[in-house]
Design a protein around this ligand. Structure first.
Ligand SMILES: O=C(O)CCC(=O)C(=O)O
Ligand SMILES: [Fe+2]
Length: 335
């Protein structure tokens, strides 16, 4: 400030006493230089403070607003209801997270598994006549994959499940078809299909393997379809009824030579899958944190009539359809 005053009095003297014109002073190179240095001397940390404040406002205020929406503040709730309706066609009531985890990065942030669970697992068990007690004690939560050879006895599915069966259930314009896309999941894998409807519309040539390959999976969210499907399959006899948690069935279908790429699930549940038609090879791998503790890689062949139970949240897994028949499976999960 004092320096400022000295400078101003010098300028006044220059103009008043020495007769130098104001514009000449303003044009002095040295003055321009001082002005520039003044500007440059705005401390960098101020820029950071402003940037960080803006970032925090942008990141934190939606989160605080969201928290307040979940506590039923009407103002915040209405904002978020419109947001979720626009983004996902859902209500703020049904959403537990502000932003969904991106599937591609999700697996890199999964919690490490307890490797003692797979330490003794060297091969799949193949069993029949599996009691509830044995299932609970040996397989339900153990990471030991098991194939129940007599899992589909008395099921109608082996005679009724076909591509046409599912095409009829998920007919064009049906609520069931819409629900798969709106509330459930459709995995096109390596195909170009955008929806289940599109895949069920494929040409006869392609369907029979004389065109582009196809392998897909989807989950069912329609109550009526769930009830209908259960007329064709039974809740697996070896699962105690207390594990009948999920009405969401998963169906995977596709041609020999194709299957699902290596991945790990994140559903918080153990999967069972009934191989209704075709032969499927599962390749399972222990997660990296279990290297040296668990068998790193195993191959498991599942045949028509089998039900496999596998903890797909803990084993990495990929599948490949073998033989000549199109593979059709139905499955679900328990926790
Ligand atoms: O059956 C398949 O091809 C894949 C199944 C799968 O990834 C699963 O059940 O988690
Ligand atoms: Fe999976």
């Amino acid at each position: 400030m004092a320096k400022n005053k000295e400078f101003l009095s010098l300028v006044e003297r220059a103009i008043g006493e020495w007769g130098i014109k104001e514009e000449n002073i303003a044009n002095l190179d040295s003055l321009k230089c001082i002005k520039k240095e003044g500007k440059d001397s705005i401390p960098k940390y101020r820029v950071w403070i402003v940037a960080t404040t803006v970032f925090l406002i942008l990141a934190i205020s939606p989160a605080l607003l969201y928290k307040s929406a979940r506590r039923r503040s009407d103002f915040a709730f209405n904002i978020y209801d419109s947001y979720f309706d626009y983004m996902y066609g859902s209500s703020a009531e049904d959403e537990t997270c502000l932003v969904g985890a991106l599937p591609d990065i999700q697996e890199h942030f999964r919690p490490p598994i307890d490797c003692s669970l797979c330490a003794g697992v060297t091969e799949v068990h193949r069993v029949t006549n599996l009691s509830h007690a044995d299932f609970l004690a040996k397989y339900a939560y153990s990471m030991q994959p098991v194939i129940v050879k007599d899992g589909q006895n008395d099921w109608k599915a082996k005679d009724t499940f076909s591509f046409d069966f599912f095409r009829n259930i998920y007919s064009e314009g049906s609520q069931a078809l819409e629900k798969v896309m709106a509330d459930c999941q459709f995995f096109p894998y390596r195909t170009e299909f955008d929806s289940l409807g599109e895949m069920l519309n494929m040409s006869k040539e392609r369907l029979e393997g004389n065109g582009e390959p196809w392998y897909v999976g989807w989950s069912n969210c329609d109550g009526k379809v769930a009830n209908l499907l259960r007329k064709h399959y039974n809740f697996p006899y070896f699962l105690p009824p207390i594990l009948d948690h999920s009405k969401t069935d998963w169906i995977f279908m596709g041609l020999p030579g194709y299957g699902a790429f290596m991945h790990i699930d994140s559903v918080g549940a153990v999967a069972w899958q009934a191989q209704v038609r075709g032969i499927k090879k599962w390749t399972i791998e222990a997660p990296a944190e279990c290297a040296g503790i668990c068998t790193s890689r195993m191959e498991i062949i599942v045949e028509p009539g089998d039900i496999i139970v596998i903890d797909a949240d803990k084993w990495y897994h990929s599948t490949l359809i073998l033989g000549n028949d199109t593979s059709i499976v139905i499955g679900s999960e328990f926790y």
